[in-house]
Design a protein around this ligand. Structure first.
Ligand code: HEC
Length: 211
């Protein structure tokens, strides 16, 4: 009798089974809702997913804004980290000394590297509509046309900044101050190479030297 009784407790009497049914029903309902919710989210995520022919990246800032807010401050962070300043107080050799100072110049180099990727996004405007060129600069609309026509050259100039910044990064990681000074010089040339081709109009508009 005892053993039978024990087996009985392992099975559910019809009454207990009935009493437990609402629990299963509720569980099934909750799980079902969960699945439906998941499917729904998956479907809406699918609906929001970019179409195959949509561009993978969206440009928001103009090239002008990227230069002003990212490229120039990042390059300054690399250049200004090392300097020899001589004045009436004597000669100051400025260089990163603490790990934090080396980390700061490294962060600027990193930002500069990644900013070059942003310049490669197609369709980025050069400047806000209506922006005017200063004396000696091509108007933004003309720069846009020039970039369109000479895209490989434009990309090549970003590569110049990338390579010289990688040189700076290698010097930073070796805490090589002299190497950082040298790389900084190359970096400056790399910036100007693009500016001379795509931004400054002066060389093209100078009167031809008399022969
Ligand atoms: C691939 C081409 C390219 C490279 C590389 C490049 N620039 Fe520029 N930069 C431009 C163009 C184009 C403009 C002109 C945008 C405009 O019309 O305002 C510009 C404008 C600027 C401006 C003027 C923005 C303002 O506030 O008036 C600064 C500053 C500048 N660049 C700094 C740099 C520095 C520093 C580097 C190198 C670390 C660099 N650029 C590398 C293309 C480049």
């Amino acid at each position: 009798m005892r053993s039978r009784g024990r087996t009985r407790t392992n099975r559910l009497s019809p009454a207990r089974r009935f009493r437990q049914r609402p629990l299963w029903a509720v569980l099934a309902l909750v799980m079902g809702c969960g699945v439906l919710y998941g499917v729904d989210r998956w479907q809406s995520a699918d609906a929001a997913a970019p179409k195959a022919d949509a561009p993978a990246f969206q440009a928001h800032a103009t090239i002008h804004e990227l230069m002003e807010h990212m490229v120039d401050p990042a390059a300054d962070g690399v250049w200004d980290a090392v300097a020899v300043i001589s004045n009436e107080a004597g000669v100051e050799k400025r260089q990163p000394r603490t790990p934090e100072e080396w980390q700061a110049v490294r962060a600027h180099a990193m930002m500069l590297l990644e900013a070059m990727n942003l310049l490669l996004i197609e369709g980025r405007r050069v400047a806000a509509p209506g922006a005017e060129a200063h004396f000696g600069e091509h108007p933004p609309a003309q720069i846009e046309a020039m970039i369109k026509e000479n895209r490989p050259a434009f990309i090549g100039f970003t590569e110049g900044v990338r390579q010289t910044t990688l040189q700076a990064l290698a010097a930073i990681d070796k805490q090589d101050v002299q190497g950082l000074v040298v790389a900084g010089g190359h970096l400056d040339e790399a910036c100007e190479a693009c500016h001379i081709s795509f931004w400054y109009s002066i060389p093209a508009t100078l009167p031809k030297a008399a022969k």
